[in-house]
Design a protein around this ligand. Structure first.
Ligand code: ATP
Length: 128
């Protein structure tokens, strides 16, 4: 099956909390979504965060890429950015929840090892 290219954001607020949402299977993940034709990965990441949570975030740095095959057998490749954003999370209809979480709490919620690795990279960058 064709690999779907996506982009997403690891969004931190001023308190150092990270933005997580629950996907359609109830897993806690970072917001991400398809890169539309004509869009840069940066634009797609900002748009996806806005559409899924209502948060207007800005890009701080690239965080690399992850790959996985989803539960429908679709291979996905995600380009990630460290982002900064503030505000109350207004979750898109159909998504079950979301919010900003302190690092340790986020660590306990995040479902996938690739995402834990991204979280590490985000906080390492912030500590520089
Ligand atoms: P979209 O509407 O953008 O296609 P989606 O909800 O279908 O979003 P996917 O990432 O395609 O999102 O599928 C999510 C599912 O893929 C998860 O619920 C989980 O079952 C599975 N999955 C397996 N490994 C991962 C991973 N590392 N990161 C995220 N999801 C994963």
């Amino acid at each position: 099956m064709k690999t779907v290219r996506s982009a997403g954001g690891v969004v931190l607020n001023r308190k150092g909390e990270v933005l997580l949402i629950r996907d359609r299977n109830g897993y806690w993940v970072f917001p991400k979504g398809h890169i539309e034709p004509g869009e840069t990965p940066e634009q797609a990441a900002v748009r996806e965060v806005r559409e899924e949570t209502g948060i207007e975030a800005r890009i701080i740095a690239p965080l690399g890429e992850t790959r996985y095959v989803n539960d429908r057998g679709v291979p996905r490749e995600v380009v990630w950015f460290l982002m900064e954003g503030e505000g109350q999370v207004a979750i898109e209809p159909g998504l079950t929840g979301g919010g900003f979480f302190l690092e340790e709490e986020a660590r306990g919620l995040i479902a996938f090892p690739e995402d834990l690795e991204l979280l590490e990279r985000a906080y390492a960058h912030r500590a520089l």
